[in-house]
Design a protein around this ligand. Structure first.
Ligand code: ADP
Ligand code: GLC
Length: 482
C-alpha cells in the first residue's frame, strides 16, 4: 500500500474559505483505496467548525524549533468519510476567527505548520511516499524536506508534489525576517531558490524544491509559464515546464447532487428538471425577496468579492442591464467593501430585480446553484473554478470569461451545431460580458428547446473526480518511480 500525505491550510468539512477546501476535502476519497492510503494534515484552528471537535482524538505532542523559538505542537486525529485527518494544534498560532491574518503573522504560522507536519510523521508512524502540498502556506514543506530534514533516513525516500491553486498569493516577506523565523540556511535565500524580487517567497520555495508541480487546470498551468499569468514567477514555471502538470479539479458528486440535495425545494433529475427547476426558481425568488416571475432570466453569483472574480465588469454594466433587460440577479458573497456596497446600492434601486446576500452560507450557495437559470463568473483569471461546475451539475448554465479553468470546463454554446454547455466571452470587457448575457437571455426566452438541450448537456457532462483522480494517481506513480 502506497502512502500519500496531503497537506493543506484548509479542507471541507473542518475549515473553508474557498475552493482549496473543497478540493482537499474531496479528492482523497476518490483516490483508489486498494492502492493508496491517503491521509490529510491540517492546522487545528480555533475557528474550525466546532461541530467536529468531539471527533478529534489526541495522539501525541512534541516541540518545533524555529530558530530560537521552541513551540508546542499537539497532534489530533479524526476520521471523516473513510479518510484520516490529522490536526496540528498550537493555540498561539491558530487562534482568531479566520485561518489567515496579516501576512507577517501568516509567514511564521505556516513556517511552523510546515515544519510541524514533517516532525509529526515518525511520531504517528506514517511514512508517505508522496507529500502532496497545496498553495503557498505549505510551500516550505518541500524546502524543509530537502534541507533541514535532508540527512535523516526516515525522510530520504519521500517525494513531494506542490499544487498551485492560486499563483496570485505567494507568501512573500522580508528575507532577513523569514531567515530568522524559519531557521532555514542563509544560502538558500538566493534568486534561484527562495528569493524573488528582494523578498523571501514561500510559493517559489515550494516550486523550486518539489519533485513535481501541478496546477488545477491545463490552461492555467500554461498561463503561469507566461509573463501575463506568471505573477512574477513565469521564468521559473517555464524552466520547470517538464515537471509541471495541469489537472482539472472535480467536484464532490455526493455533496452536489440534484437528486438528493436536502437544501433544494424540489429535487430533480434529467427527466424532471424541465418542470422541477421552476419550482426551485420560484422558491429562491421568494426566499430572496424577489417577485416570482417565471419568465425573468434569473442569474446567480456565488463568490468571494475580489478583483479576481470580475466584479468590476459587473459594476460597470449593472445599471444598463437592470434598466433594460427582463432579468433578475441573486448574489451571495463577501469581500471587498466597494463590491458589497455596489450590490447594496443596486438592490435598493432595483429591489424587484436584484437581491444580494452579503455573507457566507453553504445552504444558500447550494440553492443558488440549483435554482437559477444561469450562473455568472466573469473572472479576470481563474485557476480552475468550482462554482461553474457546481452550477452545471444542477442544469444552471454558466456564463464565463474564457480564462484558465473556465475555458477548460465550459464548452461555448454553438447554435448551429447544438453543442456546448454554457456561454463565454474572451476579452476582459464589460460590454462583451453584457452582450453574451443578452445572447443567453435570448436563447432562454425565444429558443427554449435549445436552452433545454443545453441544460441536459450541462447536467450530463462529467465534472466528478473520476478522471482527475486517475491523473493524480499517475502523477504519484511517476514521482514514486523517479
Ligand atoms: P475560489 O476558491 O477562487 O474562491 P472556487 O470556484 O474554486 O473559487 O471555489 C469557491 C467555493 O467557495 C465554492 O465551493 C463556492 O460555493 C464557495 N463560496 C464562495 N463564496 C461563498 C459564500 N459567500 N457562501 C458560501 N459558499 C461560498
Ligand atoms: C483557488 C482558485 C480557484 C480554484 C480553487 C481550487 O481558490 O482561485 O480557481 O478552483 O483554488 O483549486
Amino acid at each position: 500500500m502506497k502512502q500519500i500525505l496531503m497537506v493543506s491550510s484548509e479542507a471541507v468539512p473542518y475549515i473553508k474559505t474557498g475552493g482549496l477546501a473543497d478540493v482537499v476535502g474531496s479528492l482523497p476519497r476518490y483516490i483508489n483505496k486498494e492502492e493508496y492510503d491517503v491521509r490529510v494534515m491540517l492546522p487545528k484552528y480555533a475557528c474550525m467548525d466546532q461541530r467536529f471537535l468531539p471527533d478529534l482524538q489526541f495522539v501525541c505532542h512534541f516541540y518545533v524549533d524555529l530558530n530560537w523559538r521552541r513551540q508546542y505542537a499537539g497532534v489530533f486525529k479524526a476520521e471523516y468519510q473513510g479518510i484520516t485527518y490529522y490536526f496540528i494544534d498550537n493555540e498561539y498560532y491558530f487562534a482568531g476567527n479566520n485561518p489567515y491574518n496579516n501576512i507577517y503573522e501568516d509567514v511564521e504560522k505556516f513556517a511552523y505548520f510546515s515544519k510541524a507536519v514533517l516532525q509529526a510523521l515518525p511520531l504517528i508512524d506514517f511514512c508517505p511516499d508522496v507529500i502532496h502540498c497545496n498553495d503557498w502556506q505549505t510551500g516550505l514543506v518541500p524546502v524543509y524536506l530537502r534541507t533541514v530534514f535532508g540527512q535523516d533516513a526516515f525522510y530520504a525516500g519521500m517525494k513531494s508534489l506542490f499544487t498551485i491553486h492560486n499563483m496570485k498569493f505567494q507568501g512573500r516577506w522580508m528575507v532577513r525576517e523569514v531567515m530568522d523565523i524559519t531557521g532555514l540556511p542563509e544560502e538558500i535565500f538566493t534568486a534561484d531558490k527562495l528569493e524573488s524580487y528582494g523578498e523571501a517567497n514561500y510559493l517559489k520555495g515550494g516550486c523550486v524544491y518539489a519533485d513535481a508541480i501541478s496546477s488545477v487546470s491545463p490552461s492555467y498551468a500554461m498561463d503561469i509559464t507566461t509573463p501575463e499569468g506568471g505573477e512574477g514567477l513565469a521564468g521559473l514555471m517555464y524552466a520547470r515546464r517538464n515537471d509541471l502538470y495541469g489537472i482539472v479539479n472535480g467536484i464532490d458528486y455526493e455533496e452536489f447532487n440534484p437528486e438528493t440535495d436536502k437544501t433544494m425545494a424540489q429535487n430533480f433529475n434529467l427527466i424532471t428538471v424541465s418542470i422541477d427547476k421552476d419550482i426551485n426558481k420560484a422558491a429562491l425568488q421568494r426566499m430572496m425577496g424577489l417577485p416570482e416571475k417565471e419568465d425573468a432570466f434569473l442569474i446567480g453569483m456565488v463568490s468571494r468579492m475580489t478583483d479576481q472574480k470580475g466584479f468590476d465588469l459587473v459594476a460597470y454594466v449593472m445599471e444598463e442591464m437592470l434598466s433594460t433587460m427582463n432579468i433578475q440577479f441573486v448574489v451571495l458573497g463577501t469581500g471587498e467593501h466597494r463590491f458589497e456596497e455596489m450590490f447594496r446600492y443596486f438592490q435598493s434601486k432595483y429591489p424587484d430585480k436584484i437581491s444580494a446576500h452579503i455573507g457566507y452560507s453553504e445552504e444558500r450557495a447550494h440553492q443558488i446553484y440549483a435554482s437559477c437559470d444561469a450562473f455568472l463568473m466573469p473572472s479576470l483569471f481563474e485557476p480552475c473554478g468550482l462554482s461553474q461546475m457546481m452550477s452545471m451539475r444542477y442544469g444552471t448554465i454558466p456564463i464565463v470569461r474564457e480564462t484558465g479553468g473556465l475555458k477548460d470546463t465550459v464548452d461555448a454554446y454553438n447554435e448551429y451545431e447544438n453543442t456546448g454547455t454554457g456561454f463565454s466571452f474572451k476579452e476582459y470587457n464589460a460590454h462583451d460580458m453584457m452582450h453574451v448575457i443578452q445572447y443567453a437571455n435570448d436563447v432562454y426566452t425565444n429558443h427554449r428547446d435549445k436552452w433545454d438541450a443545453l441544460v441536459l448537456r450541462a447536467m450530463t457532462t462529467d465534472y466528478s473526480w473520476n478522471a482527475s483522480a486517475r491523473k493524480y494517481e499517475n502523477l504519484y506513480e511517476r514521482l514514486i518511480s523517479k
